[in-house]
Design a protein around this ligand. Structure first.
Ligand code: APR
Length: 172
C-alpha cells in the first residue's frame, strides 16, 4: 500500500473514496464535513438522510463508517466517520479514532476502492491532539490488511499538519 501526504482541499481529490470527519448526526456540519457537503450538493444530503433513517436511533456511532455516493464531487464515494470528541485521552478516544480509520478502510475495501483520502479526523472541532492522532492514523492504516486499496492519501488542510505526517512517515 502506497501512502501519500499532501496539503490541500479533500473535496478536489479525484480518488475513489474520500473520508468525511462527520458527527453522529451524519447530516453535515462545519469543517471538512461542511466543505464536503457544500461541494457534493443536495444529492449527498438526501443520501445521508436515507442512511440515517436506517440506523438505530437515526444516528451514527463514533468510530463507525458509513458509505454514500459523492454527488458533484470528483471522487466516487464518500465515507462518513464520526471521530471521538477528545476529552483527556482516558475515555477510549485512541481506540475510537483507530476505529474511524479501520472501518473507513473496510468500507473502501467492500467497494473495491483502489484509492482513499483521509482528512485529519477529530483534530479540528473535536480537539484531538494532532501528533497523537497522526500516529494513530498511520499505525492503523499500515496495519490494515488491504487488498483492493493500493493508495492512501493523508490530505492535510495546513502545511503544519502535512509536515507532522511527513515527519512520522519518515521515522517509520
Ligand atoms: N479538506 C481537508 N481537510 C479539511 C478541510 C478540507 N476542505 N476543511 C477542514 N479540514 C481539516 C481541518 O483543518 C482539520 O485538520 O479537517 C480536519 C478535521 O477538522 P474538523 O473538520 O473540525 O473535524 P473534527 O475535528 O473531526 O470535528 C468534527 O466538526 O465540522 C464539524 O460536522 C463536523 O461535528 C463535526 C465535527
Amino acid at each position: 500500500m502506497n501512502i501519500e501526504v499532501i496539503t490541500g482541499d479533500i473535496t478536489t481529490l479525484p480518488v475513489d473514496a474520500i473520508v468525511n470527519a462527520a458527527n453522529c448526526g451524519l447530516l453535515g456540519g462545519g469543517g471538512v464535513d461542511g466543505a464536503i457537503h457544500r461541494a457534493a450538493g443536495k444529492a449527498l444530503f438526501e443520501e445521508c438522510l436515507k442512511v440515517v433513517a436506517g440506523l438505530p436511533g437515526h444516528q451514527g456511532e463514533t468510530g463507525q463508517a458509513y458509505l454514500t455516493g459523492a454527488g458533484n464531487l470528483p471522487c466516487k464515494v464518500v465515507i462518513h466517520t464520526p471521530g471521538p470528541v477528545y476529552q483527556d485521552g482516558r475515555h477510549g478516544e485512541a481506540a475510537l479514532l483507530a476505529d474511524c480509520y479501520a472501518n473507513s478502510l473496510k468500507r473502501a475495501e467492500e467497494k473495491q476502492c483502489a484509492s482513499i483520502a483521509f482528512p485529519c479526523i477529530a483534530t479540528g472541532v473535536y480537539g484531538y491532539p494532532k501528533e497523537e492522532a497522526a500516529g494513530i492514523a498511520l499505525a492503523t492504516v499500515k496495519a490494515f490488511p488491504a487488498r483492493a486499496v493500493k493508495k492512501v492519501v493523508f490530505c492535510c488542510f495546513s502545511r503544519e499538519d502535512a509536515e507532522l505526517y511527513q515527519r512520522l512517515v519518515a521515522q517509520q
